[in-house]
Design a protein around this ligand. Structure first.
Ligand SMILES: *Cc1c(COP(=O)(O)O)cnc(C)c1O
Length: 356
């Protein structure tokens, strides 16, 4: 007798909803923290020529050593640190969780934050502890330290700045978490290009610290390239659970190309930061809107009726992210990805018209 689907798959998997990505065709797409810009035409042509030379018949360089050296130089990764590459930083979260998972392992994260921390804990069957942020989305240090003492997590995940809320936590408080955590602290710096601070300088010298980043929010979400820097002995363990050829040859070649043209992406990030200020200032003039400070390429806002505004923007062809219903602290919150100046102006016009 064949097993039925119900018999075959884990109850928690059967009960899950698949990760939902909205169909965005035809919309102004401000829902997924993507960089709005395609590569400039001249660079596209050069990239095309370089990719045409890539040996697709060969397996990729399993260690990505050339790419790691370029990443270390481009992003000031300390010499004391080693680097592991992931198929997006999503995969690095998976590697870290798998490498620590055993019967009594606990993974801890702040909430609301990036859902993959919790989902990976579930997939690896480790106990997950979520510690709520404060109402203004700052870190609740006493509650976090108490939870660390009580649960002794093998890993604490902390997004710096935090998605989906926007602010960066106080550096001293993150340092206090690092000092108190018995296990690893993963500082997820997915939004580093838009932020004013980083823990990268400590990578390698603080054995329990892993600093994780991605090229996605910088403008290369389609490449799927994440990286994490940490103490060589820690990175060596992650490397053992990494699928040997996780970064394909085209992604390795395209990432090397992009790192040689980092000035293009840095200029775009600078423009997005200044657009972020423009949107925040414009929305702050509306008494119905609370704008949370952000060091990412999105702004989280709270309005009287998030679903109504979300629906109105969608009807006008603008797709943003509804956060209402994800966590009690996100009641009536929406997340606006910073787009191109034209896209942002369309967004602002629609929101102002809605409240007029
Ligand atoms: C977007 C995001 C990631 C995932 O990035 P990828 O490299 O595209 O997988 C990781 N962490 C946070 C906090 C993010 O917002």
């Amino acid at each position: 007798m064949k097993m039925s689907i119900q018999q075959l798959f884990r109850p928690d998997v059967l009960a899950m909803q698949a990760y939902h990505v909205a169909d965005a065709s035809g919309y102004i797409k401000l829902d997924a923290m993507e960089n709005p810009y395609h590569l400039p035409a001249a660079l596209r042509q050069e990239l095309g020529q370089q990719l045409a030379e890539v040996a697709l018949n060969r397996y990729p360089d399993p260690h990505g050593d050339g790419l790691k050296d370029l990443l270390k130089a481009a992003f000031a990764i300390p010499d004391a640190a080693d680097v592991v590459l992931g198929n997006g930083s999503d995969e690095i979260i998976t590697l870290i969780t798998q490498a620590v998972a055993s019967d009594d392992t606990v993974v801890l994260a702040l909430e609301p934050s990036f859902v993959m921390y919790r989902l990976n804990a579930q997939f690896s069957r480790v106990r997950y502890v979520g510690v709520p942020l404060q109402a203004d989305f700052s870190l609740d240090l006493p509650a976090t330290l108490a939870a660390i003492r009580e649960h002794r997590p093998a890993v604490v995940f902390l997004s710096y700045p935090n998605n989906p809320t926007g602010p960066r936590f106080a550096r001293e408080e993150v340092q206090a978490v690092l000092d108190a955590a018995p296990g690893l602290l993963v500082v997820d710096e997915a939004y580093q290009a838009f932020a004013d601070d980083s823990f990268m300088g400590l990578a390698g010298s603080q054995p329990h610290l892993i600093v994780m980043r991605t090229l996605s929010k910088l403008g290369l979400a389609g490449l799927r390239l994440g990286y994490a820097a940490g103490h060589p002995e820690v990175i060596a363990q992650l490397d053992k659970v990494r699928p040997p050829y996780n970064i394909n040859v085209l992604s390795q070649a395209a990432a090397k190309f992009a790192l040689r043209h980092l000035d293009v992406f840095a200029a775009q990030a600078a423009e997005l930061r200044s657009e972020r200020s423009r949107i925040a200032a414009s929305l702050a003039t509306l008494p119905q809107v609370t704008v949370y400070p952000s060091e990412a390429n999105f702004l989280t806002i709270r309005v009287p009726d998030a679903l109504a505004l979300f629906a109105q923007l969608k009807a006008e062809g603008i797709l943003i992210k509804n956060l209402h219903g994800y966590h009690p602290l996100l009641d009536n919150c929406l997340r606006l990805t910073v787009g191109s100046p034209d896209e942002n102006s369309a967004l602002l016009a629609a929101i102002h018209a809605y409240f007029a």
